[in-house]
Structures are given as C-alpha cells and as structure tokens.
Write a protein that binds this ligand. Structure first.
Ligand code: GAR
Length: 197
C-alpha cells in the first residue's frame, strides 16, 4: 500500500480526483494518510472532511516566522509518514530540508506544458493568463518530481490541451483541469503505487 499525503491550498479539485480515483479503483494500492492545507478557508479541507480523511491546517499566519512554520509543516509530514507527497495545487515554497529528506518522493501537478509557463510567479490562474497573452494554441499539464528549483524536477507525464478562440483564463483553466490534470495526476499516482508494490 502506497501511503500518500496530499498538500493543498485552494479548491482541491485535484484532491477530489485522487479521492474519487481511489474509491473507483483507477488508483490502486494507495491510501491517503492525510491532507495538509496552508489556508484555513480552503474548500479542499471540506473535501477531505467529507471523505473522512484526516485533514490538517498549517497556516503561516499561526507562526511567528517561516522557520517556525516550516518546522511545524515538516513535523506533521513526518508524523503522517508518507511514501509519497502529492502537491495538488499547493502554493507554498517547500522547506529545502523537506526536499532533501523526501527526494524522489514528492510530485507536483503544474497547469502548463513545462518548460513553458512555469517557474517563479506561474501558478494557478496566472499560468492561463500568460498562455492567453502569448497566444499559444496548445497548452496542457505536467506531473513532475520536485527538486530544489521551481518546476525544474524530472517530468513524469504531460498532456496537451487545445487553446480555443474566445477562451478566458477561467474557461481555459477548467478545460486543462478536465482534459489533463484530473486524469494525469491519478494515473501518475497509480503508476508509482504499482512500482511501490
Ligand atoms: C491546479 O490547476 C494546479 O495545477 C495548480 O493550481 C490549481 C489548483 O486547483 N497548481 C499550480 O499552479 C502549481 N504551480 P485545485 O485546488 O482545484 O486542485
């Protein structure tokens, strides 16, 4: 059984795709040990609660500084003892110590075809705004391992999605989620779980 911890910041639709994938059997041999969220108002927390998954809010606002927040975050992760950490719309810069400790055991979903529209400042809706501003005709999503850089780790899977005439950032974001993210991330977890044995 692959024990995963899912880290989230917002709506949690990717978390939902993982929960559903496990329930429906498209993600095999996997259990969610817990969900960690940095934002108390995130709907993702509600999704975890609705599915009976232990959920923890660790917000930087509750700590004196980044060092204390990082320590609390790492302590919770270690306590949950994951085989794999899944960043599903987690918009926090990871403590370096965590990346070293969990090397090759952290994956992230990014809403573009890396190396386009990624790196510092490219997250959430901003990615889709930049895609539309540049006028590219194809975008997509990428699942990759996390290293010390921003969106620089080894690529696991990618899926292309068409940009259509009249798209707004919100419409495009939804299409990228539906056609790429909600399939790609569950598939990647299933494959890692199969290799985990
Ligand atoms: C998703 O589109 C995810 O790819 C993106 O944030 C959104 C979270 O949505 N992540 C990043 O931009 C990371 N750089 P969700 O909370 O509904 O899953």
């Amino acid at each position: 059984m692959l024990r995963i911890v899912v880290c989230v910041s917002g709506g949690g639709t990717n978390l939902q795709a993982i929960i559903d994938g496990i329930a429906e059997g498209t993600i095999r041999n996997t259990e969610i040990a817990g969900v960690i969220c940095n934002n108390a108002g995130a709907y993702a927390l509600k999704r975890a609660e609705n599915s009976g998954i232990p959920a923890f809010c660790i917000s930087p606002k509750a700590y004196r500084d980044r060092t204390e927040f990082n320590a609390a975050f790492l302590e919770k992760l270690d306590e949950l003892n994951p085989d794999l950490i899944v960043l599903a719309g987690f918009l926090v810069i990871l403590p370096e110590e965590m990346i070293g400790k969990y090397r090759d055991r952290i994956i992230n979903i990014h809403p573009s075809l890396i190396p386009s529209f990624c790196g510092t400042g490219y997250y959430g809706l901003k990615v889709h705004e930049a895609v539309l501003a540049r006028g590219v005709k194809v975008t997509g999503a990428t699942v990759h391992y996390v290293d010390e850089g921003t969106d620089t780790g080894r690529i696991i899977a990618q899926k292309a999605v068409e940009v259509l005439e009249g798209d707004t950032p919100e419409i495009l974001q939804r299409r990228v989620m539906e056609q790429a993210e909600w399939k790609l991330l569950p598939e990647a977890i299933d494959r890692i779980a199969a290799a985990h044995g």
